[in-house]
Design a protein around this ligand. Sequence first.
Ligand SMILES: Nc1ncnc2c1ncn2[C@@H]1O[C@H](COP(=O)(O)OP(=O)(O)OP(=O)(O)O)[C@@H](O)[C@H]1O
Ligand SMILES: [Mg+2]
Length: 383
Amino acid sequence: MRTGIGELDDVLGGGIVRGSLVLIGGAPGIGKSTLTTMALGHMCQAGRRTLYVSAEESAAQIRLRAERLSGGKALAVPVIAETDLHTVLATLEQERPEVCVIDSVQTLHSVELSSAAGSVAQVREVAGEIMRVAKRLGIAVLLVGHVTKEGALAGPRVLEHLVDCVLQFEGERERTYRTVRAIKNRFGSTNEAGVFEMRDDGLVEVLDASARFVEEATRSPGSVVLCAMEGSRPLLVEVQALVSASELVPPRRVVAGLDRNRVALVLAVLGRHGRIGLGSADVFVNVVGGVRADEPGVDLAIALAVASAAKRIALTGADGRPLACFGELGLTGELRTVAHGDRRLAEAGRFGLTPVLEPATHGTLRSALNAALGEQRSVAAAA
Ligand SMILES: Nc1ncnc2c1ncn2[C@@H]1O[C@H](COP(=O)(O)OP(=O)(O)OP(=O)(O)O)[C@@H](O)[C@H]1O
Ligand SMILES: [Mg+2]
């Protein structure tokens, strides 16, 4: 069943499978209720029987949101505000929706268990009972789950084995861009990711995120464009770095949108093989727009952004456009090939970003640095 939200359908592998259980996890306020409300609104309008169960908000609150979103389509979705599991199950039996949202699995509770709502036992019981009823009646269920920043909350973790599909909703609350990716999918690939922008009237699919990010790229020292992969789709994002003298021992390493260990490794390689030592400097590295870039191909972008910031040299490509790059760094300073090189290059080509610094043209970090920063300057720096 198509949800009517293209990016979500792609991530699910074409739509929601009848009778399946999909868990959508995400930090508080990220937009889980927004996304599920919008999906139900579209499906309701397409003539499907839908039901929205909220154990967190009152019917009035849900109505307010529905009025705001995508032209009020979701206003036609039947809503129950209920925290008791058995009442919810009885409603499912009675209403027999084709698709239903449970918001959230942590706030429903079963009176048969004495533990508090949200405890592991409760969450398991709630999800298990809902699954039994949903499979029997062929109801597709979107379970909303809360995850703390560290992914620490026991709830959704214990559910991952139970459900057919786990979607992770990511991004930073203060930023407008959000991504949805599948961590587990029994019906499709886990490589897909959808990009959304949070607006007043709801989450809007960002169909050409690359165009947006390239246009916004600053081209100042410390900035480089990364040809990243979001699942099987190439995405150009800006990676920014700032290097400043530190008063702290040890100096700060602040990272957003990237893996901290990966950044630490790249800084070490940069010091050893790129001769750009940062020992006593604070280093900040960030992927712009709240995007997460979690793949080996980001290494070169981190290295170039940091080198550019440290040397205060702006990196530019042809015609003053931003410089683009990708590639993994080996510990001996070599650049290693990463998956989907051709798609990354094609995406950069679409925006006239040439040349792209990548493993096929530059065998080592040193050679990529020379190309990016200009031969003379880096020779002088090395001397
Ligand atoms: N009037 C508004 N205009 C624009 N954006 C809004 C508006 N109201 C809420 N938002 C956005 O919606 C987000 C909350 O969305 P939503 O309620 O779907 O999140 P959630 O993941 O369900 O949160 P929770 O964990 O609290 O249930 C806010 O963080 C804010 O970015
Ligand atoms: Mg919510």
